[in-house]
Design a binder for this molecule. Structure first.
Ligand code: FES
Length: 144
């Protein structure tokens, strides 16, 4: 498929750079919450690890650090990489408002046949938010 070619004919310079030098790769061993999603069609998979901190005056915890592991196409790697940079400092509510279009735009757009790949970055954040809510609910139950 021509779009798997990393040519600048298909991918922006930003996307190519993030694919070749992905940021924040790996596992945060003591993460507070994780998200993991798989594209059932192609099998591409991403896992994000979040460490959160509570600011004194903040209502909500904010993302202190985030890392990812991915097995997937260049568009998946590039959008996951740039997503980790965009997410740092946001609350999870703010993070969950970012859409695949924000991530695709941040890497300078994606080839038409690869636009769906940015869905994984959006979905993995939603998954982490859901996981954090479940975790908070179960810890509240344990303390009552
Ligand atoms: Fe599967 Fe990119 S080809 S998400």
């Amino acid at each position: 498929m021509p779009d798997d070619n990393l040519s600048s004919q298909y991918y922006s310079a930003i996307a190519i750079e993030h694919f070749q030098n992905p940021r924040n790769v790996g596992e945060i061993v003591d993460s507070d919450v994780e998200g993991q999603v798989v594209n059932p069609v192609c099998g591409d998979e991403v896992k994000f690890f979040f460490r959160l901190r509570k600011n004194k005056d903040a209502q909500e915890r904010v993302i202190e650090s985030v890392s990812f592991q991915a097995s997937g196409c260049p568009a998946t790697i590039a959008t996951s990489s740039i997503a980790t940079e965009m997410l740092i400092g946001l609350s999870l509510s703010e993070a969950s408002q970012l859409t695949r279009l924000d991530y695709a735009e941040a890497v300078g757009g994606l080839p038409k046949s690869k636009q769906h790949c940015s869905v994984l970055a959006e979905a993995v954040v939603q998954q982490a938010v859901t996981n954090l809510r479940l975790k908070d609910q179960s810890s509240m139950k344990e303390t009552t």
